[in-house]
Design a protein around this ligand. Structure first.
Ligand code: HEM
Length: 490
């Protein structure tokens, strides 16, 4: 018995000492005492005196940095808006900059082994499989049909009803509901009906939102140990997260079982397609949940800022209407896929809005080994390496002196859309992990925007109010986007 007690004492003593030692190393690496101006402003939050959002302050620092790179020592984070550095991280030295364990830990409980959360062979396998599926014409047509159906059956009736009642609608909420219905149908073959006329409380959407929000909030804990201990004890936010993930899991399981019973070989959604080659149900669940996370809030965020920015640019709205008339004629039907491709101005306006308001504002990797970035910045092993999409859209070195202006024309050469270098325009990431749903997202955004702009005026309550973003993986505006909807004369 004495031996057992002595052993337990030694074991727990060692564990506590080891944990304290790890914590000290962690604190030491963070350098919480750094006295440089940037770190002091960060720690004292004095930047809030001059800037509405953290991303605006980072943009200011990056615009004023000679190399387009800054170092937040207290966060162990090197942040860059330099396209050469981006190309180096996401392409040339891709293997040295994985998403890394700190990131995959945050989302691990929700996303498991899904594409969004893994590196190495598991990522390669899913990337290859997903690229093949998403590149096929059949899935593009399937996705386009889903979008058109959601617009016809839900979005347009809802807007007409709001216009008739002269009701103020929160467009951000409408777009979140739209994109959730759409991505669930596309990924699972499930219709949650969030955009029904009554705007119902949608249990699955709530559980999914809670799970992604609580996972993102892990990143702002003082130390990862805080949320890991809470998870171990199953208390507070970690308990809520566990319950939310359980609901997501139950639904995924139900969908997989139903498909196994009813057959899936002729069905167009992603889950059915993946089920033909994967038999591990947990893996299937993980793969599909990554798509839900990647494709939901991003599209809604992009559409929200688009309609906000349009409220300050009536001349762009008129130009879009002119283009729609030119391409579709007096026809009142929604355009088909081919007609959508001819709308260069609309495409340019959406690219331009995403440049200034990217749904994903920054993207971090972790250096595996010591490295030197092309601008000469030393990147020690283990450092968090972030490139800042929001700042990159506002760099004079990349976009010229009018970089802060909203000008769709900058994307057009003789009326034809010309894409930019992906290492400069990083809205959809770049290099080997470039967004796999980019084309789908653009088609969805364009079709929704077109349907609204053609049929309605959206009067934003306060167009001059600068957006305040809620911290999270995707840019969400505090207070949403309240608008008065007016039906246009036919
Ligand atoms: C405007 C809308 C969208 C934006 C701005 C966007 C942006 C991004 C970005 C920045 C990444 C890189 C994330 C990282 O590696 O940390 C990414 C990856 C990804 N996106 Fe999108 N996305 C959008 C819509 C979509 C949609 C609709 C889908 C699905 C149908 C999708 C599927 C994915 C997937 C699966 C990845 C992971 C790719 C990989 O790791 O290899 N995205 N996206």
């Amino acid at each position: 018995m004495d031996f057992v007690a002595a052993f337990s004492f030694l074991f727990f003593g060692f564990t506590i000492l080891f944990s304290m030692f790890s914590f000290l190393i962690y604190v030491w690496r963070l350098k919480p005492w750094c006295n440089c101006d940037v770190c002091k402003a960060y720690l004292s939050a004095s930047w809030t005196k001059d800037f509405t959002n953290l991303c605006d302050w980072y943009t200011h620092l990056l615009r004023n940095s000679k190399t387009g790179t800054i170092h937040l020592h207290v966060l162990g984070n090197i942040i860059t808006a330099n396209p050469e550095n981006v190309e180096h991280m996401v392409k040339t030295k891709f293997d040295n900059y994985p998403k890394g364990k700190p990131f995959s830990d945050l989302l691990g409980d929700l996303l498991g082994r899904g594409i969004f959360n893994v590196d190495g062979d598991s990522w390669k396998f899913q990337r290859k499989m997903a690229s093949l599926e998403l590149g096929s014409v059949s899935i593009r047509m399937y996705a386009f049909d889903l979008i058109i159906t959601e617009i016809r059956k839900r979005l347009l009736p809802l807007l007409s009803s709001a216009a008739a009642k002269q009701e103020v609608l929160d467009l951000q909420d409408v777009f979140r509901r739209f994109s959730f219905d759409n991505i669930c149908k596309f990924s699972f073959g499930l219709d949650p009906g969030c955009l029904e006329l009554s705007l119902p409380v949608c249990e699955f959407a709530l559980a999914f939102d809670a799970a992604s929000k609580l996972s993102a909030e892990r990143a702002i804990a003082a130390s990862p140990m805080v949320w890991k201990i809470k998870r171990l004890l199953n208390i507070g936010s970690e308990r809520e997260l566990k319950e939310a993930i359980k609901k997501v899991d139950e639904l995924a399981e139900r969908m997989i079982n139903q498909k196994r019973k009813e057959g899936f070989s002729n069905i167009g959604d992603l889950l059915s397609r993946f089920m033909t080659s994967i038999s591990d149900d947990r893996y299937l669940r993980d793969i599909v949940i990554s798509f839900l996370l990647a494709g939901r809030d991003t599209v809604a965020s992009g559409l929200t800022s688009f309609f906000w920015i349009l409220s300050q640019h009536p001349e762009v709205v008129s130009a879009i209407r002119e283009e729609i008339e030119k391409v579709t004629g007096p026809n009142q039907e929604l355009p088909n896929f081919q007609e959508m491709l001819q709308m260069h101005y609309l495409n340019a306006a959406i690219y331009e809005s995403l440049r200034l308001y990217p749904p994903v504002q920054f993207d971090s990797k972790f250096a595996q080994e010591d490295d030197i970035l092309p601008d000469g910045t030393f990147m020690p092993k283990g450092t968090r390496a972030t490139y800042h999409q929001y700042a990159m859209g506002r760099m004079e070195q990349i976009w010229g002196p009018d970089c802060l202006a909203f000008k769709p024309e900058r994307w057009l050469k003789k009326g034809v859309f010309e894409p930019a270098n992906p290492f400069k325009y990083t809205v959809f990431h770049a290099g080997h992990r470039i967004c796999i749903g980019k084309e789908l997202a653009l088609v969805e955004m364009k079709t929704v925007a077109l349907a609204i702009i053609r049929g309605f005026n959206t009067v934003v309550e306060d167009p001059n109010q600068v957006p305040r973003f809620i911290p999270g993986f995707t840019a969400t505006v505090r207070g949403g986007l309240p608008v008065l909807i007016q039906e246009r004369e036919a």
